[in-house]
Design a protein around this ligand. Structure first.
Ligand SMILES: Cc1ncc(COP(=O)(O)O)c(C=O)c1O
Length: 393
């Protein structure tokens, strides 16, 4: 596994699991180049537009109205019921508000889910490349991420389900699926979702489905969701976030869909982690969920334009290989003759003044690849491609 970026030796005295945590391979390059004048930042998973005014105003109105106190650990009832309605609409089947738990970010939703599921020594199987925070969260808990590499093939990234299932053993507690995938943009088809569900049911495993990019797909209204395929009593936890849909990355607001009968356990975990997501933000969250569809459509249109521009420009570079992503807002591409993508990321900061994330940050199968986030204006993307072309040619 090539998750661990070389870094300073861990300080003695910390818990070994904390001391041994790898620095994020994305943040490492970001810290190297973040203050460069004129740098075009395409390394992290966010666009260049601030949160839309109607959501900022909703948060300000909530502050003015005095929504500044501690609140329900599981989330304010209005937001839980808005999110239940949102999922019911998308999944075409009822989703009860009791299954919704509001969290202080998608990242925290991942952590809470794993805190609920894994003990030290447990294993969690996942396809890779994958967002590095998921395996890192497992490492904090003393559990072991088991990665099964997907491969780039003509027509899209391929996941060999037999290999995924073969990787599950006696210590396996859960399978993680992230679709649309960060970084490859792969969208798991509905028949694969059903196959994972059936396997998990047969073996008593949990499914942790990270669906934060579920609305950002280019050939369908939304990505197939485990919520469409599973019953409320299935061992399913879905992670989601306000970050990507509504340009709210800095807010740190997310949610989980999990079985209602674990409500008290999740309430306790939330109580002892954060004691609840920020109250005024949750009120703005209601506005995002109930009035945010037009903005989401604009975001998707912007991403579609960015994807087209970047794919066209990259297609003209003979050393670059990629398949157009089906979802999310990243292009994950290989550069022939550049096996060390970490070194390339640093070089591109120095020579092109463009920030990209190295594929090595994303675990198995990421070596030799780079990730570019195209959720940015086409003007900036065109300039970035002009700067990148000489270095990637
Ligand atoms: C796959 C995936 N899941 C979850 C998240 C968490 O998003 P946030 O913590 O901003 O809500 C991200 C963020 O990049 C992500 O890429």
């Amino acid at each position: 596994m090539d998750l661990v970026a070389p870094g300073p030796q861990p300080l003695p005295g910390l818990r070994p699991a904390a001391a041994a945590l790898p620095e994020s391979g994305i943040v490492e390059v970001l810290n190297y180049g973040r203050d460069r004048p004129g740098l075009i930042p395409l390394w992290v998973g966010e666009g260049d537009l601030p949160t839309p005014a109607f959501l900022c105003e909703a948060a300000a109105a909530a502050l003015r109205a005095g929504h500044t106190f501690y609140t329900h650990q599981r989330g304010i009832p209005a937001l839980r019921s808005a999110l239940a309605g949102y999922h019911a609409r998308l999944a075409g089947r009822p989703v009860e508000a009791e299954r919704i738990y509001v969290t202080a970010s998608g990242m925290q939703a991942v952590m809470l889910a794993l805190q609920a599921l894994v003990d030290p020594g447990d294993e969690v199987v996942m396809h890779a490349p994958i967002w590095p925070n998921i395996p890192a969260a497992l490492q904090i808990l003393g559990a072991r991420p088991v990665q099964v590499a997907t491969t780039m093939a003509e027509g899209g990234w391929r996941l060999d389900l037999d290999r995924l299932f073969d990787a599950c053993g006696p210590r396996t507690r859960a399978i993680v699926v992230n679709s649309p995938n960060n970084p490859t943009g792969r969208v798991m088809p509905a028949e694969e979702i059903r196959a994972v569900r059936d396997f998990a049911r047969r073996h008593g495993l949990w499914i942790l489905s990270d669906e934060v990019y579920g609305r950002l797909v280019y050939d369908a209204p939304h990505a197939p969701s485990f919520l469409e395929a599973c019953e409320p009593e299935d061992r399913l936890i879905v992670v989601n976030s306000f970050s990507k849909n509504w340009a709210m990355t800095g807010w740190r607001l997310g949610w989980l869909v999990a079985p209602a009968e674990f409500g008290q356990a999740f309430e306790n975990l939330i109580q002892y982690n954060t004691s609840g997501a920020p109250t005024f933000q949750q009120h703005a969250g209601v506005t995002a969920v109930t009035q945010g569809e037009a903005f989401l459509a604009e975001t998707l249109a912007r991403c579609r334009d960015g994807r087209a521009l970047v794919c066209e420009a990259m297609a003209g570079l003979p050393r670059v290989r990629f398949v157009p992503p089906a979802g999310a807002f990243y292009l994950f591409f290989a550069v022939d003759g550049e096996p060390d993508s970490r070194a390339l990321a640093f070089r591109l900061v120095d020579r092109a003044n463009v920030g990209l994330a190295p594929g090595t940050a994303f675990g198995a199968g990421g070596r030799g690849f780079m990730r570019l986030c195209f959720a940015t204006s086409t003007e900036k993307l065109a300039e970035a491609m002009d700067r990148l072309a000489p270095a990637l040619s």
